[in-house]
Design a binder for this molecule. Structure first.
Ligand code: NI
Length: 172
């Protein structure tokens, strides 16, 4: 497995809409495995392919707590077919917006249909952190970052800080 560098905002690649996967073949499985390894190394609980520069509708998650066994989930071409009526607030972060967090409101529960690592169709009812994570990662597939759910003032403040941090890192 190869670790893939994670793209950080602002970067035009993060605004790209990803394309559906035709067949879950060995190349897609290698992408999924490399993404999972990169997510664990970061460390994070979710990663979309566009965050490693691949414009495919593919996400990986693992929301297991540190003291629980790993529970990786691979979702290819995910599609949300149900949103709950009740909404929830959560302080979201993102590997592409390192060290920034914001309260984002989203539906609490979802039903998501997707293809698994073997290409088999699956349906999953998710709530809590898993639902949150899948919705966040699926936003990435449409070029949406969590800051896009904030006001322009808050969004620009975070993006400016990221540019500044990157400049400082480059000159360090
Ligand atoms: Ni993210």
């Amino acid at each position: 497995m190869a670790l893939m560098p994670i793209i950080t905002a602002p970067d035009p690649r993060l605004k790209v809409r990803s394309e559906a996967v035709g067949t879950v073949d060995d190349a897609v499985r290698k992408l999924l495995d490399d993404m999972l390894a990169s997510m664990y190394a970061a460390p994070g609980i979710g990663l979309s392919a566009i965050q490693v520069g691949v414009t495919k509708r593919v996400i990986v998650t693992d929301v297991a707590a540190d003291d629980e066994p790993r529970a990786p989930l691979f979702l290819v071409n995910p599609r949300i077919v149900r949103f709950s009526d009740d909404m929830a607030l959560y302080n979201e972060g993102c590997l592409s917006l390192p060290e920034h967090y914001a309260e984002i409101e989203r539906p609490e529960g979802i039903t998501v249909e997707y293809l698994d690592r073997d290409g088999a169709p699956r349906s999953l009812d998710a709530g809590g952190l898993l639902s949150r994570c899948i919705q966040h990662e699926m936003d990435h597939l449409d070029g949406i970052l969590f800051v896009d759910h904030l006001s322009a003032i808050k969004r620009n403040m975070i993006l400016r800080k990221l540019v500044k941090a990157r400049r400082q890192k480059a000159s360090a």
